[in-house]
Ligand binder design. Structure first.
Ligand code: PMP
Length: 298
């Protein structure tokens, strides 16, 4: 079956989904994006993802040429057009075509792309055995230079960290901020569990405020697990009882080794396992319905 891509108001087959080489998204990484998941016929946390997209666009003075509601409808339509119920959705808004100079003022037409694809799920083994991660030398972007809260097309900071991790044979990289505090991984937020308390860096430490991170905090509070948003150093990770990462693609994934040190028991811990099962249950029942059938089911 053909894959249809939404491109500025039209649906085109994937081979025809092309953007100009003069687009400043391509030339300079000037634009914003979102990654969203659909589970079981429903789009999970669609409103939250759209809000973050619009906030990111605002922060870089990029005008999205669709309203919140229009974009929401286009996303659902793209899923229907591709007959998907479980999917990974990528929204990209780039600055659009300009000249070879930096000036965004010369880019009158921001480009909107919606790609709905089948998900490639991580092997179940990762969720049981956990990941091995390393702390890398590449620091997370300074908030005063390029605020990590902006989900921009400029991911070179994260890519450099990912390269370091790959070169050291690790699946992910823990990035520190300028002060040496843990921020996040290259595409996921980080949590530790210390004596029953769930701890994650606050957004001002220099992180992208993950939607999955917010869901996990909410689930933990519902379970009466104490949650603290505070900064911590790699030492706190090494000596924690449990550690896990969160993100739209990875969901909740345990970390069992950091910089060669085994975390807790070396297996996914009880708090992590509980949150994984609660998260999976939530994604199966909550979200914006794509098709009429789910609408009726409520
Ligand atoms: N941090 C970074 C740098 C990311 O790219 C992502 C993935 N979008 C996350 C954290 C996790 O955010 P979310 O849970 O919203 O996918």
């Amino acid at each position: 079956m053909n894959q249809w891509v939404y491109l500025n108001g039209e649906y085109v087959p994937r081979e025809m989904a092309r953007i100009s080489v003069f687009d400043h998204g391509f030339l300079y990484g000037d634009g914003v994006f979102e990654g969203i998941r659909a589970y079981n016929g429903r789009v999970f946390k669609l409103g939250e993802h759209l809000k973050r997209l619009f906030d990111s666009a605002k922060a870089i003075s990029l005008k999205i040429p669709l309203s919140f509601q229009e974009l929401k409808e286009k996303i659902l339509e793209t899923l229907r057009k591709n007959q998907l119920r479980d999917a990974y959705i990528r929204i990209v808004v780039s600055r659009g075509e300009g000249d070879l100079g930096l000036d965004p003022g010369k880019c009158p037409n921001p480009q909107v792309v919606i790609i709905a694809d089948r998900i490639s799920i991580y092997p179940e083994k990762f969720y049981q055995e956990g990941l091995e991660v390393v702390t890398v030398g590449t620091r997370r972007n300074l908030s005063s230079a390029l605020d990590p809260r902006i989900k921009s097309l400029n991911y070179l900071n994260n890519i450099l960290a990912k390269l370091e991790a790959s070169m050291r044979g690790a699946a992910e990289a823990i990035m520190l901020n300028q002060e040496g505090y843990v921020t996040e991984c290259t595409g996921d937020n980080i949590f530790i569990v210390d004596k029953g308390t769930l701890i994650t860096p606050p957004d001002w430490a220099g992180i992208l405020k993950g939607i999955t991170r917010d869901v996990v905090i909410e689930l933990a509070r519902e379970d009466n697990i104490p949650v603290e948003e505070k900064v911590f150093t790699p030492f706190a990770v090494y000596t924690s009882d449990e550690c896990f990462l969160t993100g739209t693609a990875a969901e909740i994934i345990p970390v069992t080794k950091v910089d060669g040190k085994v975390i807790g028991s070396g297996k996914a811990g009880p708090v992590t396992c509980r949150l994984i099962s609660r998260f999976r249950e939530l994604t199966q029942r909550e979200g914006v319905p794509i098709y009429k059938k789910e609408e009726k089911d409520g």
